[in-house]
Design a protein around this ligand. Structure first.
Ligand code: C5P
Length: 221
């Protein structure tokens, strides 16, 4: 595959609800990058499995081949049940292979009107964008993450309790970190950002400073 030259590439890995999605969106807007939340691909497949137990690889391939980015913004993908199902399908290496090409295309051949790409997920720094220009591992302690996710769910009027969210995140952390294929881990060349005590703005500015330094951008954008 031909890769677009001279583009900015940012890879982020993180456990769930650590703030990676928010900061990735802000960075995408700021640097005019194409953003892909790769967890949504697994959520979409997780949702397919919930709707139809007999969903097979052929059906998943078809879905991913004909995927529109707007399919990933559906609110039905944002709940504990779909997240849990996503974490289960994500252990299957055949499924990971099916979504790999789509991710690589977004990473290295983003649409021309973007100056580059930013992807977040669990295996972006270690598998999908090994040679990204910038690599970050974003994390926060479990209770902080559970609280943030619980508040998000409340805003979306989803019925759940803090304890349920905490339990679900803990279980997913375990599954994602200890699976055989593409487990969540911090690669040696990823910069660690702990957002437990950082506001969204502080997190954005911290990462922006690192990026601007390398890109040699001065000024107060
Ligand atoms: O990021 P999000 O919480 O939406 O991800 C849902 C699930 O998808 C994760 O718990 C993980 O199991 C899986 N995932 C993955 N690899 C990625 C992104 C997400 O295995 N790159």
């Amino acid at each position: 595959m031909k890769k677009r030259k001279n583009i900015i590439t940012i890879a982020i890995d993180s456990p769930a609800a650590a703030g990676a999605g928010t900061v990735a969106k802000n960075l995408a807007q700021h640097y005019k990058l194409f953003y892909l939340d790769t967890g949504k691909l697994y959520r979409l497949i997780g949702k397919m499995k919930i709707s139809n137990k007999n969903t097979n690889y052929k059906m998943i391939k078809y879905k991913i081949k004909n995927l529109k980015i707007s399919d990933l913004n559906k609110i039905e993908l944002l709940n504990n049940k779909v997240a849990a199902s996503a974490s289960i399908v994500a252990r299957d290496n055949n499924i990971r292979s099916i979504v790999k090409n789509f991710q690589i295309l977004c990473a290295y051949n983003p649409p021309r009107n973007f100056k580059g790409s930013i992807l977040d997920g669990r295996d972006i720094t270690s598998v999908i964008m090994k040679d990204a220009m910038f690599k970050f591992y974003i994390t926060a302690n479990l209770k902080v993450r559970a609280k943030r996710r619980f508040i998000e769910f409340k805003k979306l009027k989803k019925k759940t309790s803090y304890n349920q969210v905490l339990k679900s995140l803990k279980k997913r952390d375990n599954l994602d970190k200890n699976r055989k294929h593409s487990p969540l881990k911090r690669t040696e060349d990823s910069i660690l950002i702990n957002t437990s005590k950082l506001s969204k703005k502080a997190c954005f500015l911290k990462i922006k400073r690192i990026i601007d330094k390398k890109l040699n951008i001065n000024g107060n954008i």
